[in-house]
Design a protein around this ligand. Structure first.
Ligand SMILES: Cc1cc2nc3c(=O)[nH]c(=O)nc-3n(C[C@H](O)[C@H](O)[C@H](O)COP(=O)(O)O)c2cc1C
Length: 214
């Protein structure tokens, strides 16, 4: 399919997992976070918070923290195949280790009508849970994060959306000293100048993922 020139900013983004040592200046950090917060959010709730870590030792320590938590969690997976998959995934959860900056993205509370529905008063707990499934609060944060990724790519910076390290989210928040009532780590991204090229993996064809109803 022909790629439109006007959409170059979309196709430029790819997941970057290797970075140059070049530090990320304040100006870039501020531009990226400003781009992020111009995302739409339900009720304009802006239920996000960003922590930018540029302390290289702390970034390495965060990766070690993820490895330690991974080791703690591993024995709790009973299925051998799944355990093996999780074991291998730790490399994929620590690719931020050598980045000059890491952006931690926290998601705050976002009330939904399901919160006000009383189980037993006509609706079952599972019906109430199904009303929560689309998670608009997380959609707000994802919109902001996607803005950040696209803006970074447009400015020549590399990022990688990562939720793998989330199982160590509480420990990471504690390490960087971030505390805000009801906020949890939703994702993180390394940030820096890409070291080398590389492309995105292939996408499913539109015939598989698009339904048009006329
Ligand atoms: C919600 C989400 C979580 C992801 N988690 C990780 C991760 O933990 N580690 C990683 O290396 N990549 C992670 N990725 C990156 C994907 O592997 C990547 O986006 C996908 O393979 C498509 O490649 P591209 O981003 O280069 O287009 C994640 C992406 C998303 C959207």
């Amino acid at each position: 399919m022909e790629k439109r020139k006007e959409l170059e900013f979309i196709y430029r983004r790819r997941s970057v997992r290797k970075f140059l040592e070049t530090p990320v200046p304040d100006e870039i950090v501020n531009m990226l976070i400003d781009a992020a917060i111009h995302a739409p959010s339900g009720k304009n709730a802006q239920n996000w918070h960003f922590v930018v870590v540029r302390n290289r030792q702390m970034i390495a320590d965060m990766a070690t923290l993820v490895e330690k938590k991974h080791e703690i969690l591993l024995p709790f997976i009973a299925d051998e195949q799944k355990k093996n998959d999780f074991k291998k995934s730790v490399a994929y959860h620590t690719v931020f280790r050598n980045a000059p900056a890491v952006v931690l993205v926290f998601a705050g509370p976002y009330p939904v009508p399901a919160d006000d529905m009383v189980p037993g008063s006509g609706l079952t707990q599972s019906e109430i849970e199904s009303l929560r499934q689309a998670k608009p609060g997380i959609q707000n944060v994802a919109a902001a994060l996607q803005n950040l990724h696209l803006a970074a790519a447009a400015l020549g910076y590399g990022t990688c959306w990562m939720t793998g390290p989330n199982y160590a989210g509480r420990e990471i928040a504690q390490m960087v000293g971030f505390q805000k009532e009801g906020y949890v780590m939703a994702a993180l991204t390394p940030l820096g100048i890409p070291a080398g090229g590389g492309g995105s993996p292939a996408r499913k064809p539109l015939t598989e993922i698009l339904t048009v109803v006329d």
